[in-house]
Design a protein around this ligand. Structure first.
Ligand SMILES: *Cc1c(COP(=O)(O)O)cnc(C)c1O
Length: 395
C-alpha cells in the first residue's frame, strides 16, 4: 500500500520546491547576451539582491553553488597566509573554513556547540586577545543547515565592533536569505554569500555575493584573486564580463521570476510566513518529543532557525527507516542528518516556496509514519501545528 501518487513534496533544506511560475519562466529560447532584455534582467536582479542583502554596496552573481560563493568571498578579500576565524555552530561554517584552508589561509576555529548559537561574548574575547590583528576575517553562518541554529548576526557584529578589531565580517546566508531579515549595512557585515536554491526558490546553480564598501576596498590588495571569481573583472562595461563569460540565461530568467514573486508577496510577509510555518513545525516536534524518543537539536527555542528544524531521533533503528517510509509511502522527502548528527537525526525544511497545506501535510505524514512504524511519540503533534496556525493567522 502507498499514498504517494502525484507530486512529491521535497522537504529537504535545499534544493527547495521550485514554483511552477519559475519553471515556466525558463521555458523559452536563448537570447542575445550582448544586448536586449538580458541586460535589464541582470541589472534588476542585482538591484533586488542588494535590497534583500540590505546593502548599498556592489553585488556579484556567479554560475556556482554555495561552495562557489564561499570561494568568491574569500579569494576577493584575503591574501595567502592570512588568518581567518571560523565561528563553529554546525557543519557549514566549518566547511567554509575547510575551503579557506585549501586556499592557503590559516584557519582558527572558535569552538562552538552544535546545539547552541555562537556566543558573541566569546567572539569579542577572542578578538580582544588578538592584539596584533592577525585575524583578517571572521566567518559565520546565519542559519546552519546541519544543526538548525540561528546565529545572532547583529550581536556578533556588535561584538567585533566592541573589540575594536578590524577583521572583515563574512556571513553565509545561503539557508536564510529570503526567509528572514538581513541587513548587511546596518549590521556591519562586509561580505554576505547566498545561493539560488534555498530561500530564493530558484534552481541550484547561482551563487550571490553582497559586499560592503570596505570589503570592495580591501579587495584591491587581496592576492588570492583569480580570474573567474574576481570582482574587478566582473565590473567591466560589457555584459559578458559580468559573468566572466556566457551568462546563465535560463537560471537568470528563473531568478527574475522568483524575485518578482518574493517582492509581490512582500519581504516582510514572506518572513512572517516562515516564522509561522517554523512555529507550526516546532509545535509538532514539541509534542512528539513528549514521548521521549525525539528531541530538538537546538536546545533554546529562540535559537531555532525559521528555515529548517533538525530533530534527533533516539529510536535505535535510526531515522533512515522513517525517511525511507515517508519517501516510498507518502512521497515526502525529509532531509538526512549531517555531520555530527549523521545517523541520529532528520531535518524538516520549511524554506522557500512553502505554505500551510505543504507544511501541515508534511507534519501529518511524519505522524502517520510514526504510527505505521510503531515509533513511540507524544500524541497530537499535527493538532498542535494546526492550532499554532489557527491561533495566529488572523482572518
Ligand atoms: C546549502 C548550504 C551551503 C552549501 O551550498 P551548496 O549550494 O550546496 O554548495 C552552505 N552553507 C549553508 C548554510 C547551506 O545551507
Amino acid at each position: 500500500m502507498s499514498v504517494r501518487a502525484g507530486r512529491e513534496f521535497l522537504a529537504i533544506p535545499g534544493p527547495t520546491t521550485v514554483p511552477d511560475e519559475v519553471l515556466r519562466a525558463m521555458h523559452r529560447p536563448a537570447i542575445d547576451i550582448y544586448s536586449g532584455p538580458l541586460i535589464e534582467i541582470t541589472d534588476r536582479c542585482h538591484a533586488d539582491l542588494r535590497r534583500i542583502f540590505g546593502t548599498s554596496g556592489r553585488s556579484y552573481i556567479y554560475i556556482a553553488n554555495g561552495h562557489g560563493a564561499w570561494e568568491a568571498a574569500l579569494t576577493n578579500t584575503l591574501s595567502r597566509g592570512d588568518k581567518v576565524l571560523v565561528l563553529e555552530s554546525g557543519r557549514f561554517a566549518i566547511g567554509w573554513g575547510e575551503t579557506a584552508s585549501r586556499l592557503g589561509l590559516a584557519v582558527e576555529v572558535l569552538p562552538g556547540d552544535w546545539r547552541r548559537a555562537v556566543d558573541p561574548d566569546a567572539v569579542e574575547a577572542r578578538l580582544r586577545a588578538d592584539a596584533a590583528h592577525e585575524i583578517k576575517a571572521v566567518l559565520v553562518v546565519q542559519v546552519d543547515t546541519a544543526s538548525g541554529v540561528l546565529n545572532d548576526i547583529p550581536a556578533i557584529g556588535r561584538a567585533i565592533a566592541a573589540a575594536g578589531h578590524p577583521a572583515l565580517y563574512l556571513v553565509d546566508t545561503i539557508a536564510s536569505l529570503g526567509t528572514m531579515p538581513f541587513d548587511m549595512d546596518g549590521w556591519g557585515v562586509d561580505v554576505a554569500v547566498a545561493g539560488s536554491q534555498k530561500g530564493l526558490m530558484s534552481p541550484p546553480g547561482l551563487g550571490f555575493v553582497g559586499t560592503s564598501k570596505r570589503a570592495r576596498k580591501v579587495h584591491e590588495t587581496a592576492d588570492l584573486r583569480t580570474h573567474y571569481w574576481d570582482w574587478t573583472a566582473r565590473e567591466g562595461e560589457r555584459h559578458y564580463e559580468k559573468y566572466c563569460g556566457t551568462p546563465p540565461e535560463h537560471l537568470l530568467f528563473a531568478l527574475r521570476q522568483a524575485l518578482d514573486m518574493l517582492f509581490a508577496e512582500g519581504l516582510e510577509v514572506a518572513f512572517e510566513r516562515h516564522r509561522l510555518l517554523a512555529g507550526a513545525t516546532h509545535a509538532a516536534v514539541e509534542r512528539w518529543a513528549e514521548g521521549g524518543d525525539f528531541e530538538f537539536n537546538i536546545l533554546v527555542p529562540a535559537e531555532r532557525s525559521p528555515s529548517v528544524t533538525p530533530v534527533i531521533m533516539k529510536d535505535s533503528r535510526g531515522p533512515r527507516l522513517l525517511l525511507d517510509y515517508l519517501r516510498e509511502k507518502f512521497g515526502v522527502v525529509l532531509g538526512i542528518g549531517l555531520g555530527a548528527l549523521g545517523d541520529r537525526a532528520f531535518r524538516i525544511a520549511h524554506m522557500g516556496h512553502v505554505n500551510g497545506p505543504m507544511m501541515l501535510g508534511t507534519l501529518a505524514s511524519v505522524e502517520a509514519a510514526l504510527v505505521a512504524l510503531g515509533i513511540p511519540h507524544g500524541k497530537g503533534g499535527t493538532e498542535a501545528a494546526i492550532r499554532h496556525l489557527g491561533e495566529r493567522v488572523a482572518p
